[in-house]
Ligand binder design. Structure first.
Ligand code: 0A1
Ligand code: ZN
Length: 847
């Protein structure tokens, strides 16, 4: 029985899924664009497939006409609510025509048809199409489209191929969420790609005039993605044109609309002067991600939104594989794991935890989460490990063959792997239905020539879920001798029961290298002696675990410094120096190995160890560790930076990016010693945004009072660079000043809360970039966040709900902070007119 509290009335359950009684197979749209009175005429080809009325979705639409088979419908033949149009007693097959009016100019939610800098654009995932016209706005209704755009505008785009100016035909059946329309004064950079079956595809990146000099990297990434998907997955593009459009006002990163991807301009536009190495890497990854969706998402889509991970987990896994091939396995994997732990492990440990395939939701937009995306990708990686590379290829091939053109479920996906490999995946499916990060406890025994590893898995309770069943956990491991030579190469052990053990006959106790390559998204509870970790850091053949050993050493020290005031010991500092100066090692790897765990990572780990995290103490200890490292490396810092310089013109390639990352890490250490002298010199000579931002951050850390102003003078006309300026000042303010800096910046003439990038830069600069500032013991950080969430919620609920997750760790903290955060959450909940998006998030966080 479900109890019927008001908020649960809106809950949608997976168990309630039912196909539509009447479906739509073709959509004919005519869109006459006007900022305040756009006319959308739609003609739907409808076919009955079962008993029941046809209930179309529609929101904020002014209905002007409704006709069935050409006849005006009488008022008793349909019914209308704020969100539905129901056709009563519909025949077996018919044409349904509607005419509606909408106002894109006033649409600040950025869902449906809206305007950004004078251009028209759309965002339909998940449920935005219903804000354009009446339709069955759900992914299991797949239709072909004909779209006529009428406007006096130079560029008018929609999905598929253009048959005449402003007329587009998409021959591939697709759900509404993949519909797109763009129109305005845009300019394209053109290129082309020849598919492996010899067809030419025109590639265009459309941007605002003036931005066309910054599209080369996106185009290059697109061509490499197309070639990679042919080579690795045998997937070929299926239209004669592929358009990408850059939009300044966009809630997310980008959107995979069929043949017409729409991107947040942050993830398209790049030049050496304005974009950092991280920006270039993100562009490459996201262009690939959206392109890969053409098969994993578009040709094969989701039956319902509970299956979101079917397209997202798989597509993230594919973009991670692509980036590993483009940038090197180890550094990419380490970066992906850092991101998983920072965002997904945090989510899984708090009130917002949910399974990779959730069983209920109120607002689907709240489920575009790290769990669905990044944990979803880890599940694909584990599946590949469990069935092997060949089994994985066979399962994927069967999936593409069996389900092309269909709207599918996780069961469909797993059934392909069962059929292709003969493996029973019943237990594996638990990974999709059980939330929470498993803890794997490892204990070692060595006795009389027998080495034994005891394993135990514990899956924590999460909201609405307790007493979970053991899951299959692939543990990649190897064994090293104490001198560092490998005695057992990588093997996979499948931990399928709650407890298990492994035994080996060996002369001496080995050094265990477990969870190589991070073979499963679990937390290891394994106390390993420092000496063994140092051996792994120096010698492990698995580069991920080399890095992981260094991380474990650093984390131990930082945690003990927090809890027991422990010193930073010489053996650890020596090891860090060895790493920093090891010219045989890849600079990108050295940068990753020298970076300390983040403040939030430490807060998470302390909480897991039953210590209440004190954000100020964590901040101070991290700085003390940096200072200790800087002092230890003092004599090498300048030379090391010199030897990792990338002279000449900027090249975004991974090799140079690695050197710049190492150099930035070293500059931060130098700044601890010289108060910003080296950073000032670096800032003045920087010829690219990567070096400039690194030096800028150091100068802000050092309290430089002039650099923010001069940066602004140089870049005030560049909106993407100014986003960085807003964020960096908040993130690098002294903790006690951070809220004041953020508050002052909200009054800057260029602060515009309605632009999600700008809003996020400032708010996340505080909540994510400056944890000690956000958690200021006077509570002003919490009040500031709540006030801005409430402000934004009136116009853009998706983004306010998304940023509210900064409160999700509230129960970790001390009683005073908890009370203040809870009071702010309650204040939000008590506000009238709250969106469904934000109220669902706050209710879940308060439960
Ligand atoms: N499918 C896109 C992400 C996306 C989701 C929702 C959006 O609007 C609410 C926009 C984009 C992707 O995975 O890239
Ligand atoms: Zn995606």
């Amino acid at each position: 029985m479900r109890d019927a509290t008001p908020e649960q009335d809106q809950t949608i359950y997976l168990a309630d899924y039912a196909p539509v009684p009447v479906t739509v197979t073709h959509v004919d749209l005519q869109v006459r664009l006007d900022p305040l009175a756009t006319r959308v005429s739609s003609r739907l080809t409808c076919i009955r497939q079962g008993p029941g009325d046809m209930v179309l979705n529609g929101e904020l639409l002014k209905l002007r006409a409704v006709r069935l088979d050409g006849e005006e419908l009488s008022p008793d033949a349909y019914s209308l609510t704020d969100t539905t149009l129901t056709i009563l007693n519909a025949p077996d097959s018919f044409l349904l025509e509607t005419e509606v009016e909408i106002a894109p100019q006033t649409n600040k939610a950025l869902s449906g048809l809206y305007m950004s800098n004078g251009m028209y654009c759309t965002q339909c995932e998940a449920e935005g199409f219903r804000r354009i016209t009446y339709m069955l706005d759900r992914p299991d209704v797949m239709a072909t489209y004909d779209v006529q755009i009428d406007a006096d505008l130079p560029v008018m785009l929609s999905n598929g191929d253009e048959t005449a100016h402003g007329h587009w035909r998409d021959p591939w059946p697709k759900p509404t969420y993949l519909f797109a329309l763009v129109a305005g004064d845009l300019i394209a950079t053109h290129d082309s790609f020849t598919t492996m079956d010899g067809r030419d595809v025109a590639l265009n990146v459309w941007v605002r005039p003036g931005d066309e000099g910054r599209t080369a990297y996106a185009l290059d990434s697109l061509k490499r993605s197309m070639a990679w998907d042919e080579k690795v997955y045998g997937r070929v593009y299926d239209l004669s044109v592929f358009n990408i459009v850059a939009v300044d006002d966009f809630n997310m990163g980008a959107m995979e609309n069929k043949g017409l991807n729409i991107f947040n301009s942050k993830y398209v536009l790049a030049s050496p002067e304005t974009a950092t190495d991280a920006d270039f890497a993100n562009i490459e990854r996201i262009v690939a991600h959206e392109y890969f969706h053409n098969w994993t998402g578009n040709r094969i889509t989701c039956r319902d939104w509970f299956q979101l991970c079917l397209k997202e987990g798989l597509t993230v896994f594919r973009d991670q594989q692509f980036s590993q091939d483009a940038r090197g396995f180890a550094t990419q994997r380490i970066g992906d794991v850092l991101n998983l732990r920072a965002r997904q492990f945090r989510e899984d440990a708090g009130p917002l935890a949910h399974p990779v395939r959730p069983e209920s939701f109120v607002e689907i937009n709240n489920f575009y989460t790290a769990t669905i995306y990044e944990k979803g990708a880890e599940l694909i990686g584990m599946l590949r490990t469990l069935v092997g590379a060949e089994g994985y290829a066979a399962g994927c091939a069967l999936y593409f063959e069996r389900h092309d053109g269909q709207a599918c479920t996780i069961e469909d996906w797993l059934a392909c792997f069962e059929a292709a490999t003969g493996r029973d995946l019943t237990q594996f499916k638990l990974w999709y239905t059980q939330a929470g990060t498993p803890v794997v406890k490892v204990t070692e025994h060595f006795n009389d020539g027998t080495y034994r590893i005891d394993l135990e898995q514990v899956i924590p309770d999460t909201p609405g879920q307790a007493n979970k069943k053991p899951m299959p956990i692939p543990l990649a491991f190897g064994l090293l001798a104490q001198d560092g030579s490998e005695v057992v190469g990588t093997q996979i052990h499948e931990l399928t029961s709650e407890t298990d053990h492994l035994s080996f006959d060996l002369d001496a106790k080995p050094v265990l290298s477990i969870l190589r390559g991070f073979s499963a998204p679990v937390i290891l509870d394994f106390v390993q002696p420092d000496a063994e970790r140092l051996t792994l850091l120096a010698h492990d053949t698995d580069p991920f675990n080399r890095w992981e050993a260094g991380r474990a050493l650093a984390k131990d020290r930082l945690m003990r410094a927090v809890t027991d005031d422990a010193d930073f010991d010489a053996p650890w500092l020596d090891a860090m120096t060895t790493l920093a100066t090891d010219t045989d090692a890849d600079p990108a790897f050295r940068a990753l190995a020298l970076a300390l765990p983040s403040e939030d990572d430490l807060a998470q780990s302390l909480h897991n160890a039953d210590v209440v995290p004190d954000p100020d103490r964590i901040y101070a200890v991290r700085r003390a560790a940096q200072l200790a490292m800087a002092e230890h490396l003092r004599d090498d810092l300048s030379d090391l930076r010199e030897s990792n310089a990338t002279p000449g013109s900027y090249d975004p390639k991974a090799e140079d990016a690695g050197k710049r990352a190492l150099s930035a890490t070293l500059l931060r250490l130098q700044t601890m010693l010289d108060g910003g002298k080296a950073a000032r010199a670096a800032y003045d000579v920087a010829n690219n945004m990567t070096d400039r931002m690194a030096a800028f951050a150091c100068l802000l850390d050092a309290g430089d009072e002039t650099v923010a102003h001069s940066f602004e003078q140089d870049w005030q006309d560049d909106r993407l660079v100014m986003d960085k300026w807003f964020m960096a000042q908040v993130a690098h303010a002294a903790p006690r000043d951070a809220v004041g800096v953020a508050d002052r910046l909200t009054r800057h003439r260029d602060f515009d809360a309605s632009n999600p990038n700008r809003f996020r830069s400032l708010i996340a600069g505080l909540t994510g970039g400056n944890p000690a500032g956000f958690h200021n013991p006077d509570g002003t950080g919490y009040e500031f966040l709540a006030s801005w969430l409430l402000h934004l919620d009136k116009s853009n609920p998706q983004t306010s709900a998304r940023l509210s997750t900064a409160f999700d760790g509230w129960t970790r903290y001390d009683a005073d902070r908890q009370a203040m955060m809870k009071a702010q959450l309650e204040r939000i909940l008590g506000t009238t007119g709250l969106s469904r998006d934000l109220s669902e998030m706050v209710i879940r966080m308060l439960k």
